[in-house]
Write a protein that binds this ligand. Structure first.
Ligand SMILES: Cc1cc2nc3c(=O)[nH]c(=O)nc-3n(C[C@H](O)[C@H](O)[C@H](O)COP(=O)(O)O)c2cc1C
Length: 206
């Protein structure tokens, strides 16, 4: 048995443990999108995955400065907390983004993180380096019952494609107050199911 990094399957050979990275984009700790993300990560952990949650509002980092230093395949030269996020992203088999809807887009924290993905965009589309295939998802919550998530989902989808991941979505409208998502009898169960499904699908990619 190959230690912590593997699980032993029934036939007796080990398969690598799936690493699931959850990225919380709300500055409101314990808010609706983070509660849903926690449920998704719990679902993933229930499938035997290693999970990690990154809370962007607790990190110190800037958006992309368009310095273009990554154009030759160089790592991002900005020295800030994104360095830790890059390490986790490099390892991730499954990436789950969670953001509140802000002015019908992503939170600024989530958008800044996405823009720092330019380094991955260059690797994939300019240098034609294929990274590993992954599974991805976006969870988004808005206050308006008929909130329009189009402008929030689009950059998330483009970013996840850059990370070689298809995107599943879970969107919830009509939840404004902190924790009000708990009033939805199905929301957390759906997020949990999403997490476990992504792990199962992520395993099938390799
Ligand atoms: C700056 C700001 C902008 C917002 N813009 C929208 C919006 O455009 N549409 C909407 O439905 N809700 C909007 N909301 C409400 C939040 O999306 C909603 O309260 C959500 O549940 C917050 O998620 P969180 O608890 O994970 O932070 C906005 C809230 C803030 C603070």
């Amino acid at each position: 048995m190959a230690g912590d990094e593997s699980i032993y399957c029934r036939r007796g050979f080990s398969v690598p443990m799936t690493f699931v990275l959850g990225i919380a984009g709300s500055p409101r700790r314990g808010g609706n999108s983070e509660l849903l993300l926690d449920a998704a990560l719990a679902g993933a952990a229930g499938e035997g995955a290693e999970v990690q949650k990154v809370v962007l509002s607790e990190l110190s980092f800037s958006g992309c400065t368009s310095c273009n230093k990554c154009a030759n395949g160089h790592d991002c030269v900005l020295q800030d907390d994104m360095e830790h996020v890059y390490s986790s992203l490099d390892r991730a088999d499954v990436i789950i983004l969670a953001s509140p809807l802000y002015f019908e887009g992503l939170s600024s924290q989530m958008k800044a993180m996405i823009d720092r993905g330019q380094v991955y965009w260059v690797r994939k589309y300019v240098l034609r380096r294929q990274g590993k295939r992954r599974r991805g998802a976006m969870i988004a919550v808005g206050a308006r019952l008929n909130a329009d998530f189009t402008s929030a989902l689009r950059p998330a989808k483009v970013w996840l494609l850059t990370m070689n991941a298809d995107m599943d979505t879970l969107t919830f409208g009509g939840f404004e107050e902190k924790g009000s998502i708990l009033d939805d009898p199905d929301a957390l169960a759906n997020a949990r199911a999403l997490g476990s499904r992504l792990v199962a699908e992520g395993r099938n990619l390799h």
